[in-house]
Write a protein that binds this ligand. Structure first.
Ligand SMILES: *Cc1c(COP(=O)(O)O)cnc(C)c1O
Length: 335
């Protein structure tokens, strides 16, 4: 496929498109983290979105941009997590049918999470692959439009609106730290910020268990990684071997990437809860984890914005972590 460049105009357009449907989130000071690092740290609270994560922005923009015929047919995806919720919620807001395909093994809480936001759940087969096949079948036979979670120009532009908001609220920000998985979030934010304020440092952070984008950057092309149980479950999965957009955008626009451990993620969840009274999921706190662990070098008073991307966490696991336990899902899976 040809590479389509996502411009600042696309992101400005996305901002206008999604404004009525998506929360414009606050950028709040993080005093304890500022004291601990010597930097001036502020948190972009995407966890406040109605679906609990930023993915609503990209999903809303992608559905808004469909033509009338596609809107009439509806959309489909097979994510059971934050993307599925975002697509369900956005489609409902815009009066479009959304089918979320999942396997029989998906836990009831996830099914309820999608249904609550107005999505039509289609149970198909016993694995994620079966669910994907059903989504493909709906595309081919019923003409539903597949909405990709990250490698899609309108999704990337939607996530990029976060970058515009950070600059509106903090024009002289020095560094922006962003969780990284498939890279739609970071690619969009980087495209917005490098267009407006090119000297801003962009840092992507992910977990050391299966960091697909970081391994791909090292290899010079998209590669597969082995998926492992992690507290940052929303950062799991690959970037697609046929990646069209996010790999090149991250390679060309992002200054640094770094990895954090499970214990560092748990410590960051605990710190955000105790210091800021915030419940954030593991994948959302990797930026805070990297700063706390000294993995991102910061100068005194450096102005650092950190994106906190979501709050959809298993509360039984969360309360154990908040109570001081370094939960390791890999050990528990073995037990
Ligand atoms: C999807 C997701 C990410 C990563 O976004 P990508 O666009 O895949 O890089 C980060 N945090 C949360 C909470 C997410 O749901």
């Amino acid at each position: 496929m040809t590479e389509q460049k996502i411009t600042i105009a696309d992101i400005e357009d996305a901002k206008a498109q999604i404004a009525p449907h998506v929360l414009r989130t606050p950028l709040v000071p993080a005093y304890p983290l500022s004291d601990a690092t010597g930097a001036e740290v502020r948190l972009k609270l995407e966890l406040l979105q109605p679906t609990g994560a930023f993915k609503l922005r990209g999903a809303t923009n992608a559905i808004q941009k469909l033509n009338a015929a596609d809107r009439a047919k509806g959309v489909v995806t097979c994510s059971t997590g934050n993307h599925g919720r975002g697509v369900a919620f956005a489609a409902k807001q815009l009066g479009v049918r959304a089918v979320i395909c999942m396997s029989e093994l998906v836990p009831q809480v996830k099914i309820d999470g999608i249904k609550r936001f107005g999505g039509e759940v289609r149970i198909a087969g016993k694995s994620q692959d079966d669910a994907e096949r059903e989504a493909l079948r709906l595309m081919e036979e019923e003409g539903l439009v597949y909405i990709s979670p990250f490698d899609h120009p309108a999704v990337i532009a939607g996530q990029g609106t976060i970058g515009l908001e950070i600059l509106e609220d903090w024009a002289d920000v020095d560094t922006v730290v962003v969780p990284l998985s498939g890279g739609g979030l970071l690619a969009g934010i980087a495209a917005a910020i490098k267009a407006r304020k090119p000297d801003t440092r962009l840092v992507g952070v992910t977990m050391d268990r299966g960091p697909a984008m970081v391994e791909s950057l090292k290899a010079g092309h998209p590669v597969d990684v082995v998926e492992e149980p992690t507290l940052a479950d929303s950062l799991g999965g690959g970037i697609g071997l046929d990646n069209d957009h996010t790999f090149t955008m991250i390679r060309d626009l992002v200054d640094e990437t770094c990895l954090v451990s499970e214990a560092q993620i748990a410590a960051a969840m605990r710190a955000l809860y105790r210091d800021q009274q915030l419940v954030a999921e593991g994948g959302a706190v990797v930026g805070v984890a990297a700063l706390m662990a000294g993995k991102i070098a910061v100068k005194p008073q450096e102005r650092v914005a950190v994106v906190i991307s979501g709050r959809n966490v298993d509360m039984d696991i969360f309360t154990r972590i908040a109570g001081g336990e370094d939960v390791d899902l890999k050990q528990e899976r073995k037990a």
